[in-house]
Design a protein around this ligand. Structure first.
Ligand SMILES: [Zn+2]
Ligand SMILES: [Zn+2]
Length: 264
């Protein structure tokens, strides 16, 4: 079976100290066939131009060096924020990416981790706003491949019970999934919840299953690893979920176009 890890950070992301080469070596050791380097670009945090030119030089050297052992594709994880759509679209169009993860790391300009987004808001209001803004993001930023960790808000929530149940937000989540499907965009299964001891993938199974029921077919798997030890972490769980939900394929990307690979 063709194995991918399509969500990997290196020290070109401000929250990782890991050299790209060590991430690659870990992926090779774990039998991964193709990885996407997806370092962060978050314009709501910093308007400084990301160091993507440096990253691309390094990427090319590494790709050449490990060519016989692993495929590497150039990706990015870009924080989607509809108020910054022009800046984001301009960045995306400046480079020749194979794969783009669009993620919600902020809502209405407030970073979910660094800013006080949740202050004075009950959980239902905050989570609903997160999804409403996500729908706007999908409609204002055109060129991304998959939406990253769709229900990640439940990781950041400052509530005693942070959990998010699909059925409580099913109207807006369905609207999001249908819009993604209509625009030929996928979702990722992000396994980083295990690293945070939250024992879940993002999205949770119910949302993955709903994407499939509504006709969605484009799925990538990503560890969101920031250190080599977490490359491909808990992927067996992701594959089991995919099979249970009825998926027969995962997607790779070439120049932003999906290529389907059968799941055994
Ligand atoms: Zn992310
Ligand atoms: Zn990430």
């Amino acid at each position: 079976m063709f194995k991918i890890d399509y969500h990997i950070h290196t020290n070109y992301s401000s929250d990782s100290d890991s050299d790209m080469e060590n991430m690659i070596l870990s992926a090779i050791e774990k039998g991964i066939n193709e990885i996407a380097i997806t370092d962060h670009v978050d314009y709501h945090v910093s308007y400084e131009p990301p160091h993507y030119d440096d990253l691309i030089s390094k990427f090319k050297i590494m790709k050449e060096k490990y060519n016989s052992k692993i495929n590497m594709i150039l990706g990015v994880e870009i924080g989607l924020e509809n108020s910054l759509a022009d800046t984001i679209n301009k960045f995306i169009n400046s480079y020749s990416f194979d794969f783009i993860i669009g993620s919600s790391h902020s809502v209405c300009g407030k970073d979910l981790y660094f800013d006080n987004f949740f202050d004075g808001m009950d959980k239902k209001t905050a989570y609903s706003l997160y999804f409403t803004e996500m729908l706007k993001n999908i409609n204002t930023v055109e060129k991304f491949s998959v939406y990253g960790h769709i229900d990640f808000i439940s990781r950041y929530g400052t509530y005693n019970d942070k959990t998010l149940k699909y059925y409580e937000y099913s109207d807006i989540i369905d609207e999001i999934l249908k819009t993604l499907i209509n625009k030929n965009k996928g979702i990722e299964i992000n396994t980083s919840g295990y690293r945070y001891k939250l024992n879940q993938t993002y999205p949770q199974y119910d949302i993955l299953k709903r994407y499939k029921e509504l006709g969605g077919e484009i799925i990538t798997i990503g560890s969101d690893a920031h250190t080599p030890d977490y490359v491909a972490d808990h992927f067996e769980v992701a594959y089991e979920m995919l099979k249970k939900a009825g998926f027969k394929y995962i997607s790779r990307f070439k120049k932003l176009n999906p290529v389907f690979e059968k799941i055994n």
